[in-house]
Write a protein that binds this ligand. Structure first.
Ligand SMILES: [Fe+2]
Ligand SMILES: [Fe+2]
Length: 190
């Protein structure tokens, strides 16, 4: 297996392997792990855009991830993490503007993700993607990477400092419920 094939193989495995449910006991670590998988999603999307031939396995992995996993993660942040952080942040944290920008990006990325889903799914096997569609794929991956940098570098470190043990417990519980996971059995190593 050459280096590129190995990277492709690892990317497919990462996209197919959910973050372990037990990690919801430390919900910020769970979100960080999800961000790692989303970086892999970006890598795979760039690869699809640059591929001369359609890689059906990569396309199927991206379609599944966007359909099943992308939405719940954004809801975790929009409905649970960001409101909690707004409530707990101190004025000197100046987090409102950052969270506002991230929310706008969530809306824009959702719009692009839906366009990608539609075109990726509807494209005929064997037909090359248009230049416009390739540009859309690259744009989505680039925007998403920037978004992840801000969340990992600013939002998660602040949440680690400001959220209380109860906040983290409730966050994990709500994220588990969103995924139909029974939260009661976990040891809560927040
Ligand atoms: Fe995120
Ligand atoms: Fe986000």
């Amino acid at each position: 297996m050459n280096k590129q094939e190995e990277a492709r193989h690892m990317a497919l495995a990462t996209l197919a392997t959910p973050t372990p449910a037990e990690q919801l006991a430390s919900p910020l670590e769970y979100i960080l792990a999800e961000h790692f998988r989303q970086r892999t999603l970006c890598w795979t999307i760039d690869r699809i855009a640059d591929d001369r031939a359609r890689d059906e396995e990569c396309i199927a992995a991206v379609l599944r991830f966007l359909r099943e996993e992308f939405g719940p993660h954004v809801i975790d942040e929009e409905e649970d993490l960001f409101p909690l952080l707004r409530r707990r942040a101190e004025p000197e944290d100046r987090i409102d503007e950052v969270l506002g920008a991230l929310s706008q990006e969530h809306a824009a990325d959702k719009f692009d993700a839906n366009a990608i889903l539609e075109d990726l799914d509807g494209a005929k096997a064997g037909k090359r993607f248009t230049k416009t569609f390739r540009a859309l794929l690259h744009r989505f991956a680039a925007n998403e990477r920037r978004h992840l940098v801000v969340e990992n570098a600013i939002v998660l470190p602040l949440a680690r400092v400001r959220l209380t043990v109860d906040d983290l417990h409730n966050l994990g519980r709500r994220m588990a419920a969103r995924r139909g996971i029974d939260f009661r059995g976990f040891s809560h190593a927040v």
